[in-house]
Design a binder for this molecule. Sequence first.
Ligand SMILES: [Cu+2]
Length: 143
Amino acid sequence: MKHENQSMSLKTKKHVLILAASVIVVGLLTWSGLALGIGPASEGAPRRITLIAKDVVFQLPDQPGQANPVLRLKKGQTVMLTLRNDEPERVLHCFTIGGFEVKTSRDLAAGESETLVFTPDTRGTFAYACLMHPSMAGQVVVE
Ligand SMILES: [Cu+2]
């Protein structure tokens, strides 16, 4: 009987060790995920793009005069694209890329933004657009 009790307690210890190891592994995975998301730019880091919807066209923050700029992306590089509706009034905008599973989850009201994360896996030229405004259409080139 005494011997049986001892083996039971050893088993319990083993379980506790496995549990502790699992917690550490999950913690490390979470940490590396965070590091990928907020770490400094490197070759494997996601490309961050902010696309502003204003005056019923799409614009990049550093090229405010250019309507619906061509978005040049790299195949295999993850993109974090933030669409920001900067209209001064009540105009809704959305964003979608034809041929990609990329679309805002809803129409964004003035002042709202949404970040879409995707990884282009095909080279080529694709169309992006706001489905509500024909003046909001441009090209995505995946190289
Ligand atoms: Cu729109």
